[in-house]
Write a protein that binds this ligand. Sequence first.
Ligand code: ATP
Ligand code: MG
Length: 253
Amino acid sequence: MDKPTLVIAICGKGGVGKTSISAMIVKLLSEDGNHRVLAVDADPAVGLATALGITVRKTVDDIRNDLIRRVENGNQVNKTDMISMLDYEMFSALEEHHNLAFLAIGRPEKEGCYCQVNHILKDIIGSISDNFDIVIIDGEAGIEQVNRRVMEKVSHLILVSDTSAKAINVAKTIKKVSADSIDYEKSGLILNRLRNQEEWQKLTLGPELDCFGWIPEDDTIRSADMEGKSILEIEDCPAFKALKKCWAEIEKS
Ligand SMILES: Nc1ncnc2c1ncn2[C@@H]1O[C@H](COP(=O)(O)OP(=O)(O)OP(=O)(O)O)[C@@H](O)[C@H]1O
Ligand SMILES: [Mg+2]
């Protein structure tokens, strides 16, 4: 039997480096060409698309909003037609380059309960994911939105924080809340943007969080972002080397 899909969700306070770390994980796990990797951008600002140099033509919410508009305009759509239409549209929204595919969730326009559509979309994301070895989800700050709109079960919940007490507390809160809201197998923290080893040694995290390691402040990442350069094209910089170490820890845990 095929190995089950590894689903990695990346969460943490705003601006701490979730998208940069998600993009580096995508780079690390897709570049040997041996795994089919799906990158999911669950942030309405579609930062992961930019970090990977991908142009988003259609998001899951474009598809959802189109369907809702049709129903609101009085078009009758029966459930079977709805499922096959959404299924077709979702596969057409996947951007594929060799062994790496990309899906953007987007931003819902319509408030209110369109539960049936949301459930169908979540089911389709689940069945698309089953075709991949690894799924990496760059979330908005919290895990609730990933759970509500993308997936209810992940294998790895990776929390990202910088050295600020505020961001570490947000990571702790997400961990606490996620215990009830999402099903995960492993969870731990990656600390980002440390200036040196001493900073790492000085940090006290408390018993709530396991730490997979730390990533240094690295101008390669900042400059790539400033220049709109894809993280997939960066060289073996200190941040990427550190990310590889963190990944080795995650695999061991
Ligand atoms: N290790 C690093 N070294 C230097 N700069 C970094 C590092 N990690 C992230 N950055 C920079 O910090 C900024 C925020 O990073 P990023 O967009 O990855 O954060 P985010 O958590 O995804 O933010 P948001 O919550 O807005 O989605 C970016 O300018 C990025 O280039
Ligand atoms: Mg981001």
